[in-house]
Design a protein around this ligand. Sequence first.
Ligand SMILES: *Cc1c(COP(=O)(O)O)cnc(C)c1O
Length: 388
Amino acid sequence: MADIKNFDNTYVANTYARFPLQIVSGKGAIAYDETGKRYIDLGSGIAVNSFGFADEVWQEAVTAQVKTLQHTSNLYYTEPCVQLAKQLCERTGLCRVFFSNSGAEANECAIKTARRYSFLKYGEGRHVIITLKNSFHGRTITTLAATGQDSFHTEFGPFTEGFRYATVGDIDELKAMASAGDVAAIMIETVQGEGGVLELPADYIAAIKAITEEQDILLIVDEVQTGNGRTGKLYSYMHHDLHPDIVSTAKGLAGGLPLGATMLGERVKDTLTPGSHGSTFGGNPVCCAGALSVLNRLTDDFLSDVTKKSDYIKAELEGAPGVVGVSGRGLMLGIETVRPAKEIIADCMAAGVLVLSAKTKVRLLPPLSISMEELAEAIAVLKEALAK
Ligand SMILES: *Cc1c(COP(=O)(O)O)cnc(C)c1O
């Protein structure tokens, strides 16, 4: 561990405040460090390992594909990419999928598509994308600009122009912003993840739906974190009466491999044309094979178990000593704590449970497949740390 830490400090770009822990292997929701110490993982590599570590079904799908064909570029047809796109469209009602390699890229494609749609139909100048304060959309220059938090808008400028930030819940402000005549799209997370696991109010979501439908403004839902079963539905917009034009996703989609997807609805299904967008790695067969093995198992029964696990966690934590409140949906939960989140995370780690933070909250993003026994054991440890 000491060597790894020193080499990391010396050779890896200093962009992460890592926890003092080296994970060397895992199985399902269990991780092991280099001393063999066991941890129950309630973080899933930030909502990525949908079926935990070293899941056998996923491993088989991925290794079979690795042994057959690892990459071709998008100059040729490949089966996993097509099968995955077909399944995503059939299960969402959206029409086409563009594949990339990360959440930021999936959002970049969403932004480009919205701007091109508006440009082709209305000409120049109608390019503004309204995003929400406290949102998070990625780390590229454009997705930082889309992110509605001032702290992300320093030092790396100039940023991409054309984003306007709306205050969550203020419907009058949103109506005024949207009617300026220059708006191409509104982009939302139904539950703001990095922003503190905050669910948008239902009446605000309904207002967004009405505004986008009335004014031919596109609705983009960023499902990078909320997608792929995380909130108890395949995509979180399905909890609401919403028909997004564009849905971006990544994190949990391929169960631990880098894959972004931007799903395009009826209005924008033909907006992207040959040469207007692309990616060398996007739609990689190995990543798509992993994603198919994940999606195939996100059945209605499985998703209702996700909701049951969520209800169990909420029932255990709401009103428990040291807990101010619990927010979020499904297995994407935020806990407002009496003690600083940092201390709780450290105490949990010492006791063999891995949890994350979001702003000032403790954040839980366990593997969707975690067993009730593992969950009960982890929540007992967490409750002890919360009450200390
Ligand atoms: C994580 C996240 C992103 C960025 O995804 P990357 O894969 O890190 O580029 C974008 N939007 C949301 C909502 C996210 O949670």
